[in-house]
Design a protein around this ligand. Structure first.
Ligand code: RB5
Length: 145
């Protein structure tokens, strides 16, 4: 099976961590597309979340969104119908976000998460499979609001 497409975006607070993760993933030969920004000048996270979510939905892809706290990106991404974005600070969360929640987007808090941990969170998130079964029933219930 083809490796799913992978996209990354941030705001200004997440820019430096985004660049670190791009290098990490490219070193591992993972094809990843950078959706910006191109510098650490002030950038509004909802705009970058919107752009990345559109790509995730169009390509059934995976994504990484980074802001200072991870909170703004996760709130913005989860407003998009069909998107499940998970803010993770621990590897246990990153694994469960895939296994239990079938999250397609990992949100990171650049001001709380040092690059080595962020790399580990990304690696765990991208490697863990969705378990389906009872978890499929539960994620279907999320959309019944
Ligand atoms: C930017 O200062 C900061 O508000 C943003 O990166 C993010 O943490 C918002 O939720």
């Amino acid at each position: 099976m083809d490796t799913p497409a992978l996209f990354i975006a941030s705001d200004h607070a997440g820019f430096s961590l985004k660049q670190d993760l791009l290098a990490h993933l490219r070193e591992k030969s993972r094809n990843i597309q950078d959706l910006g920004p191109a510098s650490d000048l002030s950038a509004d996270y909802p705009d970058y979340a919107r752009t990345l979510c559109a790509r995730i939905l169009a390509a059934n892809a995976f994504g990484i969104l980074i802001c200072g706290t991870g909170i703004g990106m996760s709130i913005a991404a989860n407003r998009h119908q069909g998107i499940r974005a998970a803010l993770c600070l621990h590897e246990f969360q990153a694994e469960a976000a895939r296994r239990h929640n079938d999250a397609k987007i990992l949100c990171l808090a650049a001001r709380l998460t040092a690059p080595p941990l962020a790399r580990a969170l990304v690696d765990v998130f991208l490697a863990a499979p969705f378990e389906g079964g009872r978890h499929q029933r539960r994620i279907a219930l999320i959309d019944q609001v």
